[in-house]
Design a protein around this ligand. Sequence first.
Ligand SMILES: *Cc1c(COP(=O)(O)O)cnc(C)c1O
Length: 355
Amino acid sequence: MRKLDVAGPRGIIRRYRDHLPVGDDTPVVTLDEGDTPLIFSERLSSKVEAEVWLKYEGLNPTGSFKDRGMTLAISKALEEGSQAVVCASTGNTSASAAAYAARAGMVCAVLIPEGNVALGKLAQALVHGAKVFEIEGNFDQAQKLTQQMSEQHPFTLVNSVNPYRVEGQKTAAFEVVEALGRAPDLHVMPVGNAGNITAYWRGYREAHELTWSSSLPAMFGFQAEGANPIVRGEIVQDPKTVATAIRIGNPASWSGAVDAATSSGGRISSVRDKEIIEAYKGLAEEGVFVELASAAGVAGLLEMHRAGAVPAGSTIACVLTGHGLKDPDWAMSTAPRPRKVEADIEVILAQLDMA
Ligand SMILES: *Cc1c(COP(=O)(O)O)cnc(C)c1O
């Protein structure tokens, strides 16, 4: 069969093999994740008087950045002879784990918090054949159970406490540096379980050590106000926010987030749900469809600008963590209904006010 002439290796393991913990015998379980667009935002740039670039991670194979870590976690699990993986998930981890486990021929068990998982994410886990359990409890309780399953039973844990997850996810920072020619001045993103901010900070530091970038960014992470344990400095027992992907009261990578913010001269702050929803709508208005949690970074950036904390003319990378199609219920609940009309051009034009 003729091979397609593709530009360079595909998938983050093949592209960044020299910078990841893989050897010649590591199987590569991939869906060609990574290499996502870094989109220039005219609207946000003029709003905050800086150069704003959107790292659109919703365009990974299962629609979120989780795929970068999952390709490595599942490949390593397979290399180590594991036949089953388990994860607790607010949705996207399970969607990704289910897809990559299916590809590897492994069993995938998923524990999700009752009633709080967006429809698209649940559909993905089910379609890929994961064994999905809805726990009568929240994410943090689900996470505790998976920990026990991996310690006492032959399941490999693929939550972000799995060290390969963060290793894989750091490649997003490599891509930002490649696209900009250096690290941005400011890096902004949502924070939930805090694995991703830990990963970006590691990626930027490695890129700096490799001299791909002469500078390091200041890292700014944003939690939702009702789910902001890192900001408060204490566990939030009953976290609340419309942004389900960051509804986490006791982040597994808490110290990684604190380290990223403090050693880079950045900060972890909170944004209100109202601001998250506004940022979500604003992104949609410029053609970029994300899920609510993904808009938390943009909401935070706008808040920083209002506080005079965005240096004029600076370069800013803003991570959009997941695709808007993940949560069709939310999208439909706020958008106007389609109008029912006769199949008549005059009627339609009249309604459009363009007749
Ligand atoms: C997982 C996830 C987050 C939070 O990432 P952490 O690594 O848990 O901080 C944010 N947004 C989306 C869409 C996610 O799936």
